[in-house]
Ligand binder design. Structure first.
Ligand SMILES: *Cc1c(COP(=O)(O)O)cnc(C)c1O
Length: 357
């Protein structure tokens, strides 16, 4: 059996069916249905946030955030992320301006951001990479000094607490992805956490064609999560504690066995961990490729997250193609190991053995 870097969590089928039965009773399939409303309130409570809005996926959550905040021109972002972080900007005609990361945290380096700011800069778009909180206070200070918006792509940061409160409370907007491969999922799905109450009300209209009742109030689109997605979310959320316990044990076992052999991500001491990913950093790309090859031979398929560094994408405009040496070097040498609730400990031991070389 093929072992991938992650495996979508499937809740007990009867549990899922009990929610599907409710959809059949309600005869309400989409458009802010009762299950979507229930999931929104349940997630706000679980995550400790207000103004959470469910949408179709994590990528359009970013697009909606840009529209809500009126972003155009340039946005300073990290080159070390999943492609959606910067491709969503380009999709909306916004230029990603890449600012390099820190070698230990894997997050955007606030010390380098100021040098990238010009009269065209509209916002900063950092990522809490692998669930590690960015230096949020410093980033906010820079944004305030230059009148910039801050949007966090928090796709990896589900449930992460920072200094005793949710990391999702920082910035003007934080976005989440609930894709099947993520820690918590709704098959496809995503959410925005919106600081400003008026903007949150506007967002509710924008995700449904700008409609307020029957009146067309503003420019909108169609970003709505349907009831079947919400049903999956409610069923997965019931199991979230056991999912996290399984992941925690796996994460800790990797950590204990690999920390003296490999460079590992250094987490903020103020953060709680969510055990979403387990990246290891090799000394050279060649070593990484050799280990990948050996793992593939025993049917184990880790992933090169994130490769390549996004400033190297071939469809970028000239303005975005600046050098980011730390991100480029890390991208070539980093590998994410399989981690998901049902990963068997025997397979995990095999992976560690291969990595011992
Ligand atoms: C998964 C992910 C996204 C995209 O989310 P989708 O729900 O798949 O659209 C965006 N940014 C990051 C950092 C991600 O990991």
């Amino acid at each position: 059996m093929r072992i991938n870097v992650t495996k979508p969590y499937l809740p007990n089928i009867d549990k899922y069916k009990s929610y599907i039965d409710q959809i059949y009773q309600n005869e309400w399939l989409t458009n802010n249905g009762p299950l979507a409303q229930k999931l929104e309130r349940a997630l706000e409570q679980y995550l400790g946030v207000k103004n959470l809005l469910l949408v179709t996926n994590g990528t359009v959550a970013l697009n909606l955030a840009y529209k809500l905040l009126g972003i155009s021109g340039d946005v300073i972002t990290t080159p070390f992320s999943f492609v959606a972080t910067s491709s969503s900007l380009m999709w909306d005609g916004i230029n990603p301006i890449f600012s390099d990361i820190k070698a230990n945290s894997f997050n955007i380096d606030p010390g380098l951001i100021r040098k990238k700011i010009t009269s065209k800069t509209a916002a900063i778009l950092p990522v809490h990479v692998f669930g590690n909180p960015c230096e949020v206070e410093l980033i906010q200070k820079i944004a305030d000094e230059h009148n910039l918006k801050v949007i966090y792509d928090a796709a990896h940061a589900f449930g992460v607490m920072y200094k005793g409160k949710s990391i999702l409370e920082y910035g003007d907007i934080s976005t989440l992805s609930f894709h099947a491969t993520k820690l918590f999922h709704t098959i496809e799905g995503g959410a925005l956490i919106i600081k400003d109450n008026d903007l949150y009300q506007k967002a509710k209209r924008m995700i449904n064609f700008g409609l307020d009742g029957v009146n067309i109030e503003c420019l909108g689109g169609n970003f709505k999560m349907n009831e079947f997605q919400a049903a999956m979310g409610l069923a997965v959320l019931e199991d979230i504690d056991s999912i996290l316990t399984c992941r925690k044990n796996l994460w800790q076992f990797y950590y204990d066995n690999l920390q003296s052999h490999y460079q590992l991500q250094v987490f903020s001491v103020e953060a709680s961990l969510n055990y979403h990913y387990f990246p290891v950093v090799f000394q050279a790309e060649d070593d990484l490729l050799k280990s990948v090859n050996k793992l593939n031979q025993i049917n184990i398929f880790p992933r090169r997250y994130f490769y390549p560094s996004l400033n190297k994408l071939n469809f970028l405009d000239k303005v975005s193609q600046n050098e980011c040496p730390i991100s480029e070097s890390l991208s070539r040498r980093i590998l994410c190991l399989p981690i998901y609730a049902e990963l068997e400990s025997e397979i995990q031991r095999n992976i560690i053995e291969v990595l011992y070389g």
